[in-house]
Write a protein that binds this ligand. Sequence first.
Ligand code: CO
Length: 282
Amino acid sequence: MQTAERSVVRVIQAQPTSDGAGVKLARSLGTPTLDYLDPFLMLDEFKSDTGTDYIAGFPDHPHRGFETVTYMLAGAMRHRDHKGNEGNLCPGSIQWMTAGRGIIHSEMPQQQDGLMWGFQLWVNLPAAQKMTAPRYQDIPPEAVPEVVLENGVHIRVLVGESHGVRGAVQGIATAPLYLDVRMPARASCALPVQRGHTAFCYVFEGAGTFGASTQNVTQQQLAVFSDGETVTVKTAETPVRFLLLAGKPLREPVARYGPFVMNTREEIVQAFEDFQRGTFLG
Ligand code: CO
């Protein structure tokens, strides 16, 4: 019998890495230590006020079979794809991109220096939707609702629902919850999470204690939760800010290679062939 309150079952320290044309990142999910939290494939935090850490950006690259989610806290990134879809990701905005059968895009910083800070999350698609048409949901900062609790806890509802408030991103197969939670010192809160869904948090400022286990989780750490209905969080003398993520597990085989995430090795080979032949986008 599981208790309603989830516990922390694992804590992972983000690893420094680089991707794109040399952008420095902290990767907490999608590493040999933690390669998959069904349905989540990857979580990167990029944060630097040194232009050379990010200026090269992410030039043209493909994706197939999953979704990429970009959430910006500071700085600006210009997004452009093979069809001419273009958008500016500004602070506080979220872009949910369903790559489906194929997208080729670039994500380039719009500044030479100053703070660039944000996250990229990869979310898997069920087999039946891997070859769906690409789709974008670009949510500007003013369209992200915020819940403010009496004790000073602020919850930006990026995706899903919290405290009766629903985020703007709609129609995602894995019914995700994606919250940006800011808590002052000496506060506590209980965040409802759908039972049966995979859930984890990523602390990006300060520290707090999480779950029935009151596990301390600090900056650049990811904590995986057991099953249950709520995630409880407490702070002591330090405020905390973290992402809380949850989603319905797909329980399907995963074959991944770089920017392609399919169910079988044959489908990965097919993705490469399609990309090389130029039939990728058909
Ligand atoms: Co991309």
